[in-house]
Design a protein. Structure first.
Length: 466
């Protein structure tokens, strides 16, 4: 997600400085070219040699390095980056930035750059709660190009517990990706609803029914959408990852809870991507205590859960674009096309779960993307972050094409004839980049949808947010 991006990592003097080495590795894994700058205090905790070994580049440690300053090195570096990250960011550095001071290599670089800056504070809880630090943080937050990733709570190096612990590195990575990709903002006016993860259907106090979905695909979509400027609403089942940074996240467990959360929010979104693996069935009855083992077999009665995707297909309006996911291990393309039609989708993403390295519980995927016009693109095995990028590229391309078809021709704009349906009303296209004037019209009225007597829908959602 950071391919061809240049990131400056500034390390200041806190005990969390050792975590900067892991953060640099994460950036490089995501395709970034990394340069590191360190204050003198940071070098008391970790050596420049560590970062030089990781990045393959000399580390900036002084304003007065003769070899660098022959070309005013700190200025050239500041002008040649896509984003800067201060990790950890101490109370001292926050104060200097808020006051406009540039008295060391890090603060000078940050004053000289016009690139977005991400600050990841880490300090003792009392320092973080100090009124002066609070005011300085508030002042810096007011600048659009500065993002602050608040510290988390937990055990601190001083032996106390509280807020001040360096945020999860994945959250800082998210913020860095968003900052470095401000030149790729093709979704700034969009609200996107994404579902992710499995659902859990309770059987008794210790047992439940679920599936192998990890939520990684849905989370990758949420991060990609946010990086492209969208406001993202993420509804997710249980997961083992930190929620994406700066994404409105709703945590649910059961299919009924996910149904309720989605139906309460879908009207706000122009794009809806339902990648969650929702349980098709739930126990008819749940027990308030553990079901004890006894002689003989145990029979469970399962009942259908709401078909969220089917309901969305019947409810979304013109101007909204609906994408479904499916997981299949045989006849994958035909099953995907049937689901696309029966559930009235604009696009479907098919996970071929029979393929090694794709689908559940892994960081890679190989999918088929099919739109409502039966165009198919089959992707090779790639990282889920890359799959997410391609999916959103397709969504934007199809929505832009639909919007272009809605524009009146030069002849019609001069008072000539307009394209009309048999009813005499001007026809429109659903899923366009901007809602039509008939945005409140139910999309089932769209003549491109299947007639009422079309093939009945498959009663399984078969989604996968692996």
């Amino acid at each position: 997600m950071l391919k061809n991006k240049k990131i400056l990592v500034c390390v200041t003097g806190g005990i969390a400085a050792y975590k900067a080495a892991e953060f640099v590795r994460l950036l490089i894994e995501n395709g970034a070219t990394v340069r590191v700058a360190m204050t003198a205090a940071a070098q008391e905790f970790i050596t420049p040699m560590t970062f030089q070994a990781l990045t393959g580049k000399t580390v900036l440690t002084s304003l007065f390095n003769l070899s660098d300053e022959l070309r005013i090195g700190h200025i050239s570096v500041a002008h040649d980056i896509d984003a800067a990250v201060v990790l950890p960011c101490t109370a001292n550095t926050i104060g200097k930035l808020a006051g406009g001071l540039a008295d060391n290599i890090v603060t000078t670089l940050l004053m000289a750059t016009r690139a977005p800056v991400v600050l990841a504070p880490a300090m003792n809880w009392a320092m973080w709660k100090n009124e002066i630090v609070t005011e300085n943080t508030k002042k810096l937050s007011a600048f659009r190009r500065i993002t602050i990733v608040p510290p988390g709570e937990g055990y601190l190096a001083c032996g106390e517990t509280g807020s001040g612990r360096l945020a999860d590195l994945n959250l800082v990575l998210d913020a860095t990706i968003y900052a470095a990709r401000t030149d790729q903002q093709d979704m700034t006016d969009e609200t996107m609803l994404i579902t992710a993860g499995p659902t859990v259907e309770r059987l008794d106090t210790v047992r439940y029914l679920t599936n192998r979905s990890s939520g990684k695909m849905g989370f990758a979509l949420a991060r990609e959408a946010r990086a492209r400027g969208a406001k993202v609403l993420l509804v997710t089942g249980p997961h083992q990852m930190p929620a994406p940074f700066d994404v409105e996240t709703v945590e649910v467990k059961s299919a009924l809870e996910m149904h309720e959360a989605v139906m309460a929010r879908f009207a706000k979104a122009q794009i809806i991507i339902k990648s969650a693996a929702v349980s098709d069935y739930r126990p008819e009855r749940t027990q308030d205590s553990k079901i004890k083992k006894h002689d003989g077999d145990l029979t469970l009665t399962l009942v259908r859960t709401p078909d969220i995707l089917m309901e969305l297909g019947n409810k979304v309006k013109r101007g909204q674009y609906l994408v479904g996911f499916a997981a299949e291990d045989r006849q994958v393309l035909q099953n995907a096309k049937d689901k696309l039609k029966n559930k009235k989708l604009d696009m479907i993403v098919m996970n071929d779960i029979s393929r090694v390295g794709a689908g559940f519980e892994v960081d890679t995927n190989a999918v088929h993307i099919i739109d409502r016009h039966s165009h198919v693109e089959s992707l090779p095995l790639m990282k889920k972050s890359e799959v997410a990028r391609v999916i959103l590229d397709h969504v934007q391309k199809r929505r832009t094409e639909a919007a272009a078809k809605k524009k009146p021709s030069r002849k019609s704009s001069r008072g000539g004839s307009k394209s009309r349906g048999s009813s005499g009303k001007t026809t429109g296209r659903r899923g366009s980049a901007k809602p039509s004037k008939n945005a409140n019209t139910n999309r089932n009225e769209n003549p491109s949808n299947p007639p009422k007597d079309s093939k009945p829908a498959n009663d399984k959602e078969n989604n996968s947010s692996s």
